[in-house]
Design a protein around this ligand. Structure first.
Ligand code: SF4
Length: 403
């Protein structure tokens, strides 16, 4: 008997299909008869398959081959959108794309992005993420991400902050707690910061996260009024009472920054209420009010408030409430560190292999020299070789066009 057990996968029988769920959020289906061509099998429990065959290694190889084939049909359970699983055997490097993997911009804050997808639809979202998104998603194998990050940290060779700033809600990534505790154990990481909307956190989860002393939670809070909060989150199910409870509880256990987005015409009247509420908390979290900014790929509910006016507002509230609101780069001790080399630059023509679809439909990701390159307006044909002229190389995030 060959037994295959998976921590990150679960299985369920659906008629003549075996539905495979990856990290609780992504799914694909394998026809039962295809699995039976390996050997007769049964579902022992939701994470375990047992095959009527003695050769464990052979069964593993054949089943992994089948999994890889059907991972090409992975979808996001929340949205139904196509998703790509990026693992150490996927042939997809983790540097080169702004939506997943590792983004090092030459500063002492390195970003990591294990997943894309969101359970809210905030009206100001700079990447138009959420339940109505039609973009393709990515999910990265935790051990692959940690392994590649170690290489970057060895190269940088200085203490740095890891910022988990995903295109979406990071706690949708079922391996997030394990990822954070792996980061906590890394000597060169002095801080782990994570941006979250707080909706998926519970007191129990915070108790367990609080074991990681380097962790800092950046929590969204755009309004205290129930209706305004729902409107800002773009979701009727948004529960402001829960998010407030989570913030109040988290501040007792962890470093917390509360980060409202001031959006003209929507929540100006909420800012002073938020300040007053923050001042009732003990210990008091930092409050970092952000100005709504318009991005090409984001939602635009209103005009941007001119910076002069925005800073004047912060100053008025700072004086009125005796609370620091205007945070500068220096407050976060960001410094320049050794930047990663770029294997190619704008204008170069490189040969690359198409590996998966990119975030936006109609665009693909091609791979060469341990980097990914986004190629818009390109038909997806897996493993097709193409020539690309590099159009963008800033911060080792690459885009190009076929030649
Ligand atoms: S929680 Fe963040 S990623 Fe999700 S919709 Fe709101 S702003 Fe966008």
């Amino acid at each position: 008997m060959a037994i295959l057990t998976f921590e990150t996968l679960s299985f369920a029988k659906k008629e003549r299909q075996i539905e495979v769920t990856l990290l609780k959020l992504f799914k694909t289906s394998i026809p039962q008869e295809e699995i039976e061509t390996i050997a007769l099998f049964e579902l022992r429990d939701s994470h375990t398959l047992s095959f009527n065959h003695q050769d464990q290694e052979k069964i593993e190889t054949k089943f992994f081959f089948l999994l890889t084939k059907y991972f090409d049909h992975l979808t996001n359970k929340l949205t139904g959108n196509k998703a790509t699983y990026i693992h150490k055997n996927s042939g997809i490097p983790l540097i080169g794309n702004v939506a997943f993997g590792i983004v090092h911009r030459g500063s002492s804050i390195i970003e990591i992005k294990p997943v894309t997808s969101c359970n809210l639809d905030c009206i100001y979202c700079s990447i138009s993420e959420g339940l109505f998104s039609t973009k393709n998603d990515f999910v990265v194998e935790k051990d692959y991400l940690i392994g590649e990050l170690k290489k970057v940290l060895d190269f940088v060779d200085e203490e740095i902050e890891i910022h988990i700033g995903v295109q979406g809600e990071p706690f949708l990534y079922a391996d997030m707690e394990n990822l954070i505790s792996d980061l906590q154990a890394m000597k060169k990481v002095h801080t782990i910061s994570i941006d979250t909307n707080g909706t998926l956190l519970t007191k129990e989860k915070i108790d367990s996260l609080a074991e990681n002393k380097k962790l800092q939670l950046n929590l969204s809070l755009d309004a205290l009024d129930e209706e305004t909060a729902k409107k800002m989150a773009g979701a009727k199910s948004y529960n402001i009472k829960h998010v407030k409870e989570i913030i109040a509880y988290a501040t007792k256990k962890l470093n917390v920054i509360v980060a409202p987005v001031l959006t003209e015409g929507y929540n100006e009247q909420e800012m002073e209420k938020i300040i007053n509420w923050i001042k009732t908390l003990h210990p008091q979290p930092k409050l970092g009010i952000q100005n709504f900014l318009h991005y090409k790929t984001g939602r635009t509910p209103s005009r941007e408030i001119p910076w002069e006016k925005f800073y004047a507002l912060l100053e008025t509230w700072e004086k009125k409430y005796d609370l620091k609101l205007h945070w500068r780069k220096e407050d976060f001790k960001v410094r320049e560190v050794r930047d990663l080399p770029k294997p190619f630059k704008v204008g170069d023509v490189v040969k690359a292999v198409i590996k998966c679809v990119d975030r936006f439909p109609g665009s693909v990701i091609a791979v060469t020299q341990d980097r990914t390159i986004s190629v818009p307006h390109c038909e997806f044909k897996k493993d097709k070789k193409i020539k690309i002229q590099i159009m963008r190389d800033k911060h080792n995030i690459f885009a190009g066009k076929p030649t």
